[in-house]
Design a protein. Structure first.
Length: 121
């Protein structure tokens, strides 16, 4: 089955909105894992919060969300790119206006010669 990388940047200043619907988003993401649809998913950080040699990772209190969250990246498995888009558009982050609908992208991955990882997916 095809595998897609979804890059979903947030609208500017969407952190409060993201946090207000986060539990619903995570519940769906957890079910996607159980269903075998989601292979990987994480929030990504804005550049100002990204760890670098000159910018050590900021200390975030345990149990608190990282204030640098700026979007999501996911690797999903669907029969068509349209089905993958349908999944994104039914996500709470999409519906609540967290993800930037003009900047969100979905691309299909293909296996490289000799890449046997796809058989495990």
């Amino acid at each position: 089955m095809p595998i897609y990388v979804c890059h979903c940047p947030d609208y500017p200043n969407a952190l409060e909105k993201r946090l207000s619907v986060r539990e619903e988003h995570l519940k769906r993401a957890t079910q996607d894992k159980v269903d075998g649809v989601s292979l990987f998913g994480r929030a990504f950080l804005s550049q100002e919060y990204a760890t670098s040699s000159t910018n050590p990772a900021p200390a975030i209190p345990e149990g608190k969300p990282n204030p640098g969250m700026a979007g999501s990246v996911m690797v999903l498995k669907f029969p068509t790119i349209e089905a993958c888009w349908d999944r994104l558009k039914s996500d709470k982050y999409w519906e609540a206006g967290v993800w930037d609908k003009e900047k969100t992208t979905v691309v299909e991955l293909i296996a490289a010669p000799g890449d046997d990882a796809k058989k495990d997916l």
